[in-house]
Design a protein around this ligand. Sequence first.
Ligand SMILES: [Zn+2]
Length: 70
Amino acid sequence: MQYGYQCEDCETSVWPVTTRAELVWLKDRLHVAREVAKHSQTGLDTWIAEGMAFLNDHHGHSVIVVSRRS
Ligand SMILES: [Zn+2]
C-alpha cells in the first residue's frame, strides 16, 4: 500500500514515499516539523518537504490521510 494526503476541498492528493504513521505524525505536528526545518543544516527528507509543501498549500482545508494499492 501507498499512503498520502488528500485535500477534500480541492480533490487533489500527494503521495510521499513514507509510512502511514509518519504522515499522521507530520499532519499532527506540523508546527514541530516547521521548527525542525528551520534549524536543519542538512535539509529535510524528501517526504517531509513534499508533505509540508502540500499541508502548507492546503492550510485551513480538510486534509485526510489516504491509502491506495501500489
Ligand atoms: Zn485544498
